[in-house]
Structure formats: C-alpha cells, structure tokens
Design a binder for this molecule. Structure first.
Ligand code: ATP
Ligand code: MG
Length: 473
C-alpha cells in the first residue's frame, strides 16, 4: 500500500516541516491511519504524536498555517488541538504510561514512539505514518495491525490482561470497534475482558454511554450486545437487559427469550432509522417484561402492564447511567409506554376512534411508533409476518385518513377555556376542565367532528347537563 496517498492533505507536509525545524519526530497515528487502510470515511479528527512536546509542535504548526488558527492547549493532559478547515487536529507528546490498580489515571512520562504505540488500545489503532521530511510516508506497524485489519481481528498491542486492566474503557472500545467494523475479537482478548469485567466500574458512566451510543448507532448493534453479554459486561452496565434472557416453562408453556428478541428488534429498526433515541427505545421496549412476568393457569405467560413498568425503568436507567433526563428520555419513555398500542389495534377491528386516540397520544411521534412496532415483528413464520405487516399497513392507512379529516396530531381544543367562562359567566373553576375534557372525549370518540361549530354546540349541551346556565348577551 502506498501510504503517501494517506497524506494528501497539505497539513501533513506542514506538520512534518515544523517537526523538522523543532528537531522532533512526528507521526500521524490511530484512527486516521486505520480508516485510510479500511477505505472508511474517517471521523474528522486527526491524531499527531510527537516524540517531544506535542504542545510546541502544535504552536509552531498554528503559526505556519494560513489564517493562524487558534491553538487550544490542555496543559494537564499535555495535549493541544487546532482546527484546520473542517478537521480537528490533536497533538500529543509520545508517552509511556504506568497504571495503578484502582485508577484510570496513569503515571505518565515522556516516551518513544514505541512506548506510545504500546499504550494504545488495539493493534489496528496503533498504526503510524512518519511525517518528517527524511522519512515522509514511512509506515510503522510494530504489532502487525495491518494483518489484523485484513483478517478483521481485534487484538491488543500488549498482553490483553495488561491492556484491559490498565484502562478498562478499552473493553468497551474493543467491543465497539468489533461492532462498527464487523470484526471478531480474538479469544484471549474475550477471556481477558471477562476476567477484568468488574473493573469497568472505575470508568465514568459518560464514557461507557459514549461507547454504547456508538454500538447502538452501528449497522448491526446486536453484535455488540451479544459481545457485552458473552464477556459478562452486560449485567454490570445494563442488568435490565440481562434479566430478559432465558425461557421459562410451566405446564409445557414457554415464552420467548426476550433478550434475543430485543436484539433482533434493534437490528430490524436499524435498517429503517438512524434516530439514535428510537434505537434506544427499541433496545428498552421490553425491559418491563422481566419484573412483570407471571404464569397464569388459564392464559399462560403474562407481562401485565410491562409497558408502564418499562417506562418507569427507563427513567431509572437513564439516571443511573447519567444520561440526560430531558426530552430524549421522555421520548424513549413514550415509545416504551405506547409500544403495544398499534399491535393491539391491528389485531382488532381497526376503528377510527381507536386510531384517533393513538394519534392523539403519540402526537408527532406516531410515525416513530409505527416504525418501532414494525421492527418488533420477529416471527419466523412467513405467513404470520406477512399478516402482521399488512395489518400495520391498514393502521397506517387509517392514520392518514383520520389525520386528513380530524387533524388530531397536535390537538388544540376547538373551544377555549375563556370561551367556556364567557358563555356560562364562570370564574376559573373545575367545571371548565370538565367541559373541555368532555369536548376532547367526544372528538376522539368520533361523536362530533374536530370543528368549532360542533364543539361549541356540544359545550352548550354539556354545560346545561351539569347544571350551568348560558348567560345571554
Ligand atoms: P473514532 O474517532 O472513529 O471513534 P479513533 O480510533 O480515532 O476512532 P479516538 O477516541 O479518536 O478513536 O482515539 C484516537 C486514538 O487514540 C485511537 O486510535 C487509539 O490509538 C488511541 N486511544 C483512544 N482511546 C484509548 C484508550 N482508552 N486506550 C488506549 N488508546 C486509546
Ligand atoms: Mg478519532
């Protein structure tokens, strides 16, 4: 392979020249080199390692560049960053790291390129290309990472027990890269992850969640969750999912394994949507099934109110993982809470009023909800699958019809509270809420159309029924 091709961006020559002038060695290293070899669209970050001061090199490069971009220095980390066009370029001095057992923070000393490559997480992330003029384009791969890229293998530069124990975040990264790149993790790595799994507890929740997002954002997220499961990390970070695993049998009746079912649902939905939070909703849509599982002699296995319980669990899970408790969390909760509604609808005769209620409750997220429900079909029986999909088509069609006619999605009461007060000469009071609710109900039930005239007349009737008198004007 011609590694000069990787260096077409003029920034690399500039870095090399500046490094020459400072009399230090400089290399582009890590993700950029890996993604070049994989012909994968690279993230917009480029990592430069200098044998010497990364900060000084960054400052010199900053001066040499047109427009003199600002150089941001992170003194504590000994790193610096500058932006060049749409790229973020990170500079770091080559380092040697030694770790203590109870901390992710190593003791850091200046080191050689080799020291620096030794402390990298994976062989495929330790590839470097020299930028100095006399060795421009020279490829340096001490652990044969290029072979691992070819063979699609995840391997560590040092003995896996050392690499993973030093920084347990690497366990998540290994699984994340295996998922994103569709690589296999070598057996000794899997073993070492299993043996070091408890050490994941010294990693901040935010970093764990970053990796989870990347796994969930992959083409086939199930691969990552199967690996988390196999290595024993899953019960530590997402016990709610582990609890879904297994099939119980009572009196010859079995329920499906809701863990593997869930993973299929996540893979399915990932073919349809890149919406990260909708994918999270797919991952969590059945978590309420573990605590609600019962066996009933007459009806078999039940998961009564699992959607409601699941929605509550979503909040706790987000909180525990320090995920934002904002509208994203509420969206996931809503999807979990409503996850069975279209199914119940499609099994029954689909009435307009049931569809109106669905659209009212889901609001703008009704399409997301339908996507979730369609992904939830994992039956291996092709006839059943066809029937379920067809039923959802009918629900979708009804949604369109009801929307066109009744505009329920962002329901605004056609008669305002003020008008009710004026009509009956009321001060703010309970009756107003009662009348408004009655109007909404009448519209959703299809008794009256979602229009002013009809709603106004209905208000008069309802008010009189509960003993109010319209004031004559
Ligand atoms: P991407 O940016 O696509 O997620 P990347 O490999 O560039 O992938 P970064 O997080 O940007 O990942 O890290 C840049 C490089 O730093 C990696 O390629 C790897 O060499 C090194 N690295 C990152 N995190 C660690 C870690 N926890 N332990 C060891 N080396 C790491
Ligand atoms: Mg990167």
């Amino acid at each position: 392979m011609d590694y000069l091709e990787a260096l077409q961006n003029p920034i690399f020559k500039i870095v090399g020249t500046c490094a020459d002038e400072l009399n230090v060695k400089a290399y582009v290293i890590g993700g950029f080199v890996r993604d070049f070899i994989l012909k994968r669209e690279s993230a917009k970050d480029i990592d430069i390692v200098a044998v010497g001061s990364g900060i000084e090199l960054a400052q010199r490069v900053g001066h040499a560049l047109e427009g003199r971009p600002e150089v941001t220095i992170f003194k504590n980390f000994g790193t610096a960053m500058l932006k060049y066009n749409d790229l973020e370029i990170e500079f770091v001095g080559a380092r040697k790291e030694s770790y203590q057992r109870d901390s992710r923070k190593p003791i850091v000393e200046d080191g050689t390129l080799e020291d620096d490559q030794n402390r990298r997480d994976l062989t495929i992330n330790a590839l470097a290309i020299s930028l100095n003029t006399d060795s421009y384009g020279l490829f340096i791969d001490p652990f044969n990472g290029v072979e691992d890229l070819k063979n699609k293998i995840i391997r560590t530069p040092l003995a896996p027990a050392i690499t993973y124990s030093d920084d347990p975040l690497r366990m998540m990264r290994a699984i994340r890269f295996a998922t994103q790149l569709n690589f296999e993790i070598e057996l000794s790595s899997l073993k070492a992850i299993n043996e070091n799994k408890e050490r994941i507890n010294i990693i901040s929740k935010e970093r764990i969640v970053d990796e989870l997002h990347k796994i969930i954002g992959s083409t086939k997220p199930s691969k990552g969750f199967a690996l988390l499961h196999k290595t024993g990390l899953l019960p530590i970070i997402l016990p709610e999912l582990t609890s879904l695993q297994g099939i119980d049998e009572v009196e010859g009746q079995r329920h499906k394994d809701n863990f593997w079912h869930t993973l299929e649902v996540v893979d399915n939905i990932s073919k349809t949507t890149d919406n990260l939070w909708l994918r999270w909703a797919a991952l969590l849509h059945d978590i309420g099934k573990a605590p609600t599982k019962r066996f009933d002699k007459k009806i078999g296995w039940t998961f009564h109110a699992h959607e409601f319980v699941g929605a509550k669990m979503v909040y706790k899970l987000f909180k525990r993982l320090r995920m934002p408790l904002n509208d994203k969390m509420k969206f996931v909760q809503k999807m979990v809470l409503m996850s069975s509604r279209p199914i119940i609808l499609s099994e029954d005769h689909v009435t307009d009023s049931a569809v109106r209620r669905l659209v009212f409750d889901a609001g703008d997220y009704v399409e997301d909800l339908m996507i979730l429900c369609e992904a939830d079909i994992t039956t291996k029986n092709p006839r059943k699958q066809k029937r379920y999909l067809k039923n959802f088509q009918i629900v979708r069609q009804k949604i369109v019809e009801v929307e066109e006619r009744d505009r329920i999605r962002n329901f605004q009461p056609p008669v305002s509270g003020e008008e009710i007060m004026r009509t009956f000469g009321l001060k703010p009071s309970k009756e107003i809420g009662v009348i408004k609710e009655a109007i909404k109900e009448a519209i959703l039930a299809g008794k009256i159309p979602n229009e002013y005239e009809a709603a106004h007349n209905f208000m008069l009737k309802t008010g009189i029924k509960i003993g109010l008198k319209p004031v004559t004007t």
